[in-house]
Design a protein around this ligand. Structure first.
Ligand SMILES: *Cc1c(COP(=O)(O)O)cnc(C)c1O
Length: 365
């Protein structure tokens, strides 16, 4: 794609930031995705011009023409990662280079331009610098970073747009589960699928989430917290949750997770947990696992634990699985001894409390 990899960010500080006392009150109980910082980063792209106008500016509504392409054909991708406060007063991020690469892969699938890794990481540094005061200081808090890009060309024809806007916003977040970690009950839809071969399952695009909302409503109607999707071809194999990857832990200590065949999102948490489990000597298989096998292995006791993982919630034990064929109750009831140990290991690395043998922690300040 055209445009150099280097752009300087023009800094336009918010002239009316939230007052310190109000900010402190907001950060004390942030919830998830409700509160936003004073700034945003924007970068523009146009065909023939490349990336230009990189800015840190006051977070504000984005004026949009009603014929902006994204509003009609959903050419949009996003990322999600966290900045962590360290005990020594510094700030870190976890594997932001992996998010930068995935953002490019999502862009490829949606026929969008690649944001150079240097600009992606640079934008993360800029917002953390501008909104340093919004980082929660408690042991479980973090600053959730949400980079996204969409087609903002004013045109109703169907083709890749010739203009895009990259935006980065930040949101202080507390622990994802305010009442402590509870095992979730997941619903296997016999109506909906998430992604088919050749589709957009491996791209982090808003459209995948839009398509998941009816399935999610169906899950809620059945008393479940989340949807777990089966593969779209045979309707037999576990793919993933609407926004999290899944793992199965067996009585011999081995672990299975569905392979990256293009229909599931290649989670960075997933990749990190596979690495940590292998470091600890566990046999980790990336291979298809069917719902029928899940039922059989849970009944025989061979399957001990199941969990879902992603940046927002890190790791969540799965306690029960419901479908039209009845319920599977996990042998351990979702208490997840191996699950919780893996979770702790990952969180300790992310927060700089444990050694980082793979160089995953990226120091910001
Ligand atoms: C973002 C996402 C995940 C988790 O990815 P992480 O990099 O671990 O946060 C899993 N599934 C879907 C569908 C996602 O969008």
């Amino acid at each position: 794609m055209s445009g150099g990899d280097h752009l300087d960010f023009e800094i336009r500080p918010n002239p009316a930031p939230v007052a310190a006392a109000e900010r402190a009150a907001l950060i004390a109980n942030p919830g998830f995705g409700r509160i936003f910082t004073d700034h945003m980063v924007t970068i523009r792209w146009a065909d023939g011009k490349g990336w230009y106008d990189a800015r840190v500016e006051a977070r504000a509504p984005i004026p949009m023409d009603p014929a902006s392409a994204v509003l009609h054909y959903a050419q949009e991708i996003f990322e999600g990662l966290k900045a962590y406060p360290c005990d020594d007063g510094g700030v870190t991020m976890f594997r932001p280079d992996a998010n930068a690469r995935r953002f490019q892969e999502s862009a490829t699938r949606m026929a969008m331009p690649h944001l150079p890794e240097e600009l992606f990481i640079g934008s993360l540094h800029e917002i953390i610098k501008a909104d340093r005061g919004w980082l929660p200081t408690d042991a479980e808090g973090s600053l959730y970073l949400r980079p996204f890009m969409f087609a903002n060309e004013v045109f109703l024809g169907v083709r890749p747009a010739l203009e895009y806007l990259y935006v980065l916003i930040a949101s202080p977040v507390g622990p994802y589960f305010s009442g402590g970690i509870k095992p979730v009950t997941v619903w296997v839809s016999d109506v909906y699928t998430r992604a088919a071969p050749g589709g957009t399952g491996a791209a982090k695009c808003g459209g995948n989430y839009a398509a998941s909302l009816s399935a999610h409503a169906e899950a809620i109607e059945h008393g479940c917290d989340q949807v777990i999707y089966l593969d779209a071809v045979e309707r037999k194999y576990i793919d993933e949750l609407g926004g999290m990857n899944v793992f199965f832990v067996f009585d011999d200590g081995s672990i299975t997770t569905p392979p990256l065949t293009g229909t599931i999102l290649p989670g960075i948490t997933r990749d990190s947990l596979i690495t940590l489990a292998r470091d600890a000597g566990a046999d980790v298989r990336e291979e298809p696992y069917s719902l029928a096998q899940w039922r059989e292995d849970a009944a025989s006791g061979r399957l001990r634990e199941a969990f879902a993982c992603g940046t927002a919630a890190v790791v969540t034990p799965i306690g029960r699985v419901r479908s039209v064929e009845g319920e599977i109750v996990m042998g351990d009831g979702g208490s997840g001894a191996v699950t919780m140990k893996l979770r702790q290991q990952l969180v300790d690395i992310q927060r700089g409390r444990a050694e980082d043998p793979h160089g995953w922690v990226h120091r910001v300040s």
